[in-house]
Design a protein around this ligand. Structure first.
Ligand code: ATP
Length: 334
């Protein structure tokens, strides 16, 4: 078993890849997306065609890459992985598209970050399976049409709203991934613990799951940190006390908030009196990019009822003050 210490200890990336579910059946939670996607794939198999293009949206770490791999596996097709930031010129995209095999699944992560010309090339490729390669410049430029083999595009974005309408409309199926419940995360953790040969009791799983920010990737990462702690302290049995001690050390608090989440809330309460404050001002105050605050920290804080979005800006909810150990302003309804 390559996941068990003692052989050659694999690095974190190898471990993460090994923990990925390989089919829809092993994919925990996201029931609606799973059922819808399963239907799209089944229909494609019956029609003996490539599947419609699939767009997956949702905060990082909820399983978009994993689902793209599953789409390829379920269609028995090869998978090519690239990302929006890696495609800066239309030529970059043309090179990828022209080398796709028939039926191949192309996964484009962070698809909203692709350059404009590449995006326009993608429209035509998605719709008609062809691209125009422009050769030469200025008046002498000619467009050479190039037929592409049918392929399935799986696009991933942290927010579907970041995509231009014409691109969004070309996906036959859009699945929005939600944060996972604690019991779903417990299932993810049970599976990972089994693969890693760890002994964790029920309360231990619950403790790690409740600090995982509704995110399987974080759950698996925290499990590895708890495993380290147990290893160093020569404790084979992981329970809630051990898990919470280990996770306190890594600055993951009891509600799963990480350093960025806390600094956003802290700035909102202490620098802006609880808001309302504009998103970009808030991002500057915590030294992060607006998009990171908006797509990484904010969705979780909103779901937890700690941060509110109003037309005038972001506000700290009463729970945020309490969670940070601060006193809310007197006129705040509790
Ligand atoms: P990003 O957008 O940042 O690439 P992502 O949404 O694509 O993130 P993945 O890389 O697919 O996230 O998932 C992160 C890890 O979480 C994977 O290694 C996988 O093991 C685990 N994981 C994700 N979703 C599930 C799930 N539904 N069931 C079990 N494990 C999951």
């Amino acid at each position: 078993n390559p996941l068990v210490a003692g052989t050659s200890e694999p690095d974190e990336r190898v471990l993460e890849a090994a923990l990925r579910p390989k089919n829809l059946h092993d994919f925990v939670g996201q029931q609606r997306v799973r059922e819808q996607l399963s239907l799209v794939l089944e229909a494609a198999r019956i029609r003996e065609r490539t599947s419609d293009h699939v767009l997956l949206s949702g905060p990082p770490g909820l399983g978009k890459t994993t689902l793209a791999m599953i789409v390829a596996a379920e269609m028995n097709a090869p998978l090519r992985i690239s990302s929006g930031p890696a495609i800066q010129h239309a030529g970059d995209l043309a090179a990828i598209l022209s080398s796709l095999a028939e039926g191949e699944v192309l996964f484009l992560d962070e698809i909203h970050r692709m350059s404009r010309p590449a995006e326009e090339m993608l429209y035509m490729a998605m719709e008609d399976f062809r691209v125009d390669i422009v050769v030469g410049k200025g008046a002498g430029a000619t467009a050479i049409p190039l037929e592409l083999p049918p392929f399935t595009l799986v696009g991933a974005t942290t927010r579907a709203g970041l995509l231009p309408g014409p691109l969004r409309d070309r996906f036959g199926f859009t699945g929005h991934l939600e944060f996972y419940s604690i019991s779903e995360l417990e299932l993810v953790l049970r599976r990972s613990a089994m693969l890693m040969d760890l002994k964790v009791n029920s309360a231990g799983f619950t403790e790690i799951a409740s600090r995982s920010r509704g995110t399987p990737r974080i759950a698996n990462r925290l499990l590895r940190r708890v495993r380290d702690w147990a290893l160093v302290h020569r404790n084979e049995h992981i329970d809630a006390t051990l898990a919470s001690r280990a996770l306190d050390m890594y600055e993951v608090d009891a509600r799963g908030l990480d350093r960025l989440d806390r600094s956003v809330l802290h700035a909102l309460c202490t620098k802006f009196g609880g808001g309302p404050v504009g998103l970009s001002t808030l991002a500057i105050a915590v030294g992060e990019e607006t998009e990171t605050v908006e797509t990484v920290a904010e969705p979780f804080l909103v779901r937890e009822g700690l941060l509110g979005r109003t037309p005038r800006g972001r506000i700290a909810m009463p729970d945020a003050w309490i969670h940070l150990g601060l006193t809310p302003p007197e006129d705040m309804p509790l």
